[in-house]
Structure formats: C-alpha cells, structure tokens
Design a protein around this ligand. Structure first.
Ligand code: PRP
Length: 174
C-alpha cells in the first residue's frame, strides 16, 4: 500500500467548511437553493457543508465517472445518475470535492445549465493550482492543491481511503 502524507487536517477542513458555509448563507439567504453533490467523492464535504449553512435548502446528487480504478483520468465522462429535482428556475450550487482536470466540472455545468436554473454556482473543497491558473470558474473554493493524488474526506484511490477524516497525498503516485 502506498504511503500517505497528510496535507490537510480535519480541523483545517472544519474551519474552511465553516467559512464556505458562512459565504453561502449570506449569498443565498431565503432563496432555498438546491445543492447538487457529485457522487461519490463529494458526499462527506456536502454533508458537512449543508449542516453548517443553516438556511433552508434542498440536496440532490449527480453521479459521473471519469477515473475508473486508476489514478489517471480517462478523459471521458459518463453520467451514471442524474438529479431528480426539477432545476428550472432554481438557484443551484454544484458541490464537488476536487476539480482536477476540470473536465467533470465542464460537463456537469453544461448538463445542469440545460435544465434552466435561475443561477448556477460552483463550490469545490479542492482545486488544482493548474486549473485555477487556467481561470476555472469556481465561486466558492476551500483550498488550492498542487499536483499529487489526493485521498481522504470522501476522495478515493481505487475506492479506498474515502473514510479518512483528514486529506492526504499518496506518495509515489500520480
Ligand atoms: C473525481 C472527483 C471529481 C472529479 C474531478 O471523481 O470526485 O468529481 O473526479 O476530476 P476532473 O476535474 O479531472 O474531471 P471520480 O470520477 O473519480 O468519481 P468519485 O467521485 O466516485 O470518486
């Protein structure tokens, strides 16, 4: 098993999630937004986030797959599960754990916009510095992260490590 190097502790994550939730609370107020989490990776982040936001909101999920069982993106996005909520006229917040190449975000954004929401914003816990340098439109961001395969707090490597409360980089991968 590859060694893990911790890059973000649970208390750093907790503080940052609290800060993101405060921004969302102030931006959405009583608009009853729909938070759409990207399965599976975003399930831990979304669960912590919605409990901190403290305003009326709805939760739904979309499931796409880009990686299969390895560490390299296949460059192909497959829609495995669509949202069940009617998003027409709603304020939607897409929630993902990590924006890596940006491909998932690009595809999901187009897909969600095709449902006619009143607005669509993006909240990501992590995003690659390279994607941010390219100008990825992320409205609420937790942490920029450098290259290296990241696991923990919902994020997996071959379906392992999602349960870890802290975030790590897999040494010797990537
Ligand atoms: C991961 C992650 C993001 C996506 C980001 O999901 O959760 O959704 O990849 O990568 P990208 O920016 O290069 O498109 P993955 O497809 O591995 O599925 P999972 O969430 O079930 O782990």
């Amino acid at each position: 098993m590859a060694p893990l190097r911790r890059i973000l502790s649970r208390s750093q994550i907790r503080r940052t999630v609290k800060g993101l939730a405060a921004q969302l609370r102030s931006d959405y107020g009583e608009e009853r937004p729909v938070f759409v989490g990207c399965l599976k990776g975003a399930f831990v982040f979304l669960a912590d986030l919605v409990r901190q936001v403290g305003i009326p909101l709805q939760v739904d999920f979309i499931m796409v797959s880009s990686y299969g069982m390895g560490t390299t993106s296949t460059g192909k996005i497959t829609l495995l599960k669509d949202v069940a909520t009617d998003l027409a006229g709603r304020h939607v917040v897409f929630v993902d754990d990590i924006i890596d190449s940006g491909l998932t975000l690009q595809c999901v954004r187009e897909h969600l916009l095709s449902r006619g929401p009143a607005s669509l914003r993006v909240c990501a816990l992590l995003a690659r510095e390279s994607v941010l340098a390219e100008g990825a439109a992320i409205d609420y961001l937790g942490f920029p992260v450098p290259e290296g395969f990241v696991v923990g707090y919902g994020i997996d490597y071959a379906e392992q490590y999602r349960q870890l409360p802290d975030i790590y980089v897999l040494e010797g991968e990537g």
